[in-house]
Design a protein around this ligand. Structure first.
Ligand SMILES: Nc1ncnc2c1ncn2[C@@H]1O[C@H](COP(=O)(O)OP(=O)(O)OP(=O)(O)O)[C@@H](O)[C@H]1O
Ligand SMILES: Cc1ncc(C[n+]2csc(CCOP(=O)(O)O)c2C)c(N)n1
Ligand SMILES: [Mg+2]
Length: 345
């Protein structure tokens, strides 16, 4: 059935039934505002991120369930980048009236499931009709008073670190554009590829469609006072490091041979005649954390004994030379590029 057949208020009722009754909020869906009691001793964190059809995703390549997860996940990543704990979400949905209501059911199931992994509930939102599908999530989070890790705290002499491995999300987008699809948990291929490449493509598409917000890692770094500055990697390492350096008033040099490139990203890049390093630097949407620290590297590595790696990739310098990449041959080049919504080539 189409949304236009049931109308706005029946759709809100349907959304309300998909979502669990909020535990944490004073008021959820049904009033003019949702209400939340701030935790004593904590500051509030507020962030919002909008996903637009044919700009941030394409309907042909993502299921509504995964779209819901991604819309929540990219916002969770911003809370992680501050060292915060997410608390509650508002969801704004602009959707064509001729869309099936089952699409909305699945979208909210995805929002609910991703949120539930981090104890976040959807406690309100807004609906509007639009020719273009758009999903905006606003998250409220908290962090111990004065302990938010900003982009502006990096100091000369500190090391630059990154969680996880980079490039897979951009590699996944390349595979999707080439006609590969992720159905449930297996890959549909437009032409025959080897079993190992198929597995690399599956992993890359999975990373593109379902980012993993590094909430636990961000919390650990903030609570131990390890990170002097932090940002999540949404637009690409080159661009996001530049943002961090600009806000901190510093320069940076990262080393090509230290950048942790994802193995699946390398394999997919090679197959599609792309530079793996370019995917890591300019591709975007890896949603790993980039941070600076004066701590002993051994102490930082010891904080992450589990699956998520942390890698030192370079150093912070006094302001003046911007962000540079030291090539394997020792030459230093300016870091540039990354995703920009309005940049016209
Ligand atoms: N339309 C806007 N109005 C006011 N402030 C904005 C607007 N868009 C962005 N900002 C602010 O600009 C800063 C950088 O925003 P940006 O969207 O680049 O954040 P990001 O975390 O790097 O990216 P994203 O979360 O979208 O991947 C943030 O502080 C954000 O709140
Ligand atoms: C169809 C389609 N085309 C291109 C991309 C790539 N892309 C979109 S937004 C973004 C950066 C983060 O955005 P924001 O700054 O808004 O969080 C990137 C790398 C995609 N995911 N889907
Ligand atoms: Mg961010």
């Amino acid at each position: 059935m189409r949304i236009s057949a049931i109308g706005e208020f029946a759709l809100i009722e349907r959304i309300r039934r998909i979502l669990p009754k909020p535990h944490d909020a004073l008021l959820g869906i049904g009033d003019d505002c949702a209400a939340l009691r701030p935790t004593a001793g904590r500051d509030l964190l507020l962030t919002t991120d909008l996903l637009v059809d044919e700009v941030d995703f394409t309907r042909q390549t993502i299921t509504p369930f995964r779209l819901g997860r991604k819309a929540m996940g990219v916002n969770l990543s911003d809370i992680a980048a501050m060292g915060g704990l997410p608390r509650a979400a508002l969801v704004t949905l602009a959707i064509p009236p001729e869309e099936e209501i089952e699409f909305v059911d699945e979208l909210y199931r995805g929002l609910r499931e991703e949120g539930a992994q981090f104890a976040v509930e959807v406690i309100g939102g807004d609906l509007s009709a639009s020719a273009t599908l758009m999903i905006g999530v606003t998250l409220v989070g908290e962090v111990e008073v004065g302990k938010a890790v900003t982009r502006s705290g990096a100091k000369p002499g500190e090391r630059i670190w990154v969680t996880g491995r980079l490039g897979a999300a951009a590699a996944g987008l390349i595979a999707l554009k080439a006609g590969f699809r992720l159905l449930d948990d297996h890959v549909e291929t437009p032409y025959e590829v080897s079993g190992s490449l198929q597995e690399d493509i599956r992993q890359a598409i999975e990373r593109h469609l379902c980012p993993i917000p590094r909430i636990r890692e961000g919390r650990a770094l903030a609570q131990a006072g390890v990170a002097s500055a932090m940002i999540d990697l949404s637009d690409g390492l080159a661009s996001d490091l530049t943002h961090l350096c600009r806000e901190s008033g510093v320069s940076a040099t990262i080393r090509e041979d230290q950048i942790p490139i994802d193995q699946a990203a390398s394999a997919v890049a090679q197959r599609f005649a792309q530079e793996p390093l370019a995917l890591a630097l300019q591709g975007g949407e890896d949603f790993e954390l980039l941070f600076t620290s004066s701590w002993d590297p051994a102490d930082i590595v010891a904080m992450f004994p589990d699956a998520v790696t942390v890698t030192a990739i370079g150093k912070v310098w006094e302001a003046g030379h911007g962000c540079r990449l030291e090539r394997q041959d020792g030459r230093a080049v300016a870091l540039a590029g990354g995703y920009d919504h309005f940049w016209q080539q």
